[in-house]
Design a protein around this ligand. Structure first.
Ligand code: GLU
Length: 290
């Protein structure tokens, strides 16, 4: 099978250093495998979307020379596919309507809200949850090794369609990774925790499970994840080389000389070696090692 990788940013702000690490890491992996690299805009959650962020992220990727091989897809407008997946789960009794409000669930810490199943409340719209099996789901991450999670004890029945009608990230990502025939998912380690849920959904929907490779997370000086809504460390589309060099160093790769973007990227592909990617989450110290 030919390698197909992807970068799937949510348009919640401008591209920050952590997203650049995921973009460069997934791009280098796809290129070094001679495969395709796709970009998908994960705008399934309209509430968190920031106007202009999608255009900004795509323009920044372009300025960095990270150009997708196929047209960019957006999750908005793909609801019919997510709806079909939910219907499939419901028809097999693997998902159910949950009429609990947040406060109803409070005593259960969000876990096992099955007591709400049989109690439709006319003035409410239900959320839809997956009925998780009493089972531990494990993956063998390409960088971090084995990671296991008990679906019932650590996750509980999770939402696949919210009360406001929005499909969840977990469902949309599984449908789209399959629709785009992604063979390996390369992304930040903050999503390692979501992977067993995604593998469970793949199995329930009879979809293939891709390989997974989780990259170290870029943290700020306080050890918090850098996220797009924090203004800190958004990358400068006008001056890509310094950020690309930092991102390559952060991924444990040799840092190509600061020549043109094209030459930088070509050298980075030739030198790319996944065994050099650090396993653990790295803080600012790693950013200064260049
Ligand atoms: N859209 C997610 C994010 O921006 C990434 C999802 C993924 O790579 O699976 O955090």
């Amino acid at each position: 099978m030919t390698y197909r990788g992807r970068f799937a940013p949510s348009p919640t702000g401008r591209l920050h250093f952590g997203s650049l690490v995921a973009a460069l890491g997934s791009w280098l992996r796809a290129r070094s495998e001679g495969g395709a690299w796709l970009v998908r805009i994960e705008d399934v959650d309209h509430v968190r979307e920031v106007a202009g962020a999608r255009e900004d992220i795509l323009a920044t990727l372009d300025a960095f020379g990270l150009v997708p091989d196929e047209p960019v897809i957006r999750q908005s407008g793909r609801d019919a596919l997510y709806e079909e997946a939910l219907a499939q789960l419901v028809s097999q009794d693997l998902a159910y309507a949950c009429w609990c409000s947040r406060s109803d669930l409070m005593p259960f810490a969000g876990m096992h809200p099955r007591h709400c199943v049989a109690a439709p409340i006319p003035e409410r719209t239900p959320a839809w949850r997956v009925r998780v099996p009493d089972e531990t789901v494990c993956l063998d991450d390409q960088v971090r090794g084995r990671f296991c999670q008990s679906m019932r004890d650590e996750i509980g029945d999770f939402v696949v369609r919210r009360v406001d009608g929005a499909y969840s990230y977990q469902l949309a990502v599984v449908v789209d990774d399959s629709a785009q025939r992604i063979s390996e998912v390369v992304r930040g380690a903050d999503l390692l925790d979501s992977t067993p849920r995604q593998m469970l959904l793949q199995r329930m929907l009879k979809l293939p499970t891709p390989a997974y490779l989780h990259l170290p997370l870029a943290l700020d000086a306080q050890g918090r994840k850098l996220s797009k809504h924090e203004q800190a460390r958004t990358v400068d589309a006008g001056d890509p080389i310094p950020a690309l060099r930092l991102a390559a160093a952060f991924l444990g790769q040799p840092v190509p000389p600061a020549t043109s973007i094209d030459r930088f990227l070509r050298t980075a592909i030739d030198d790319f070696d996944i065994s050099r990617i650090p396993r653990s989450t790295c803080g600012d110290a790693a950013l200064r090692k260049d």
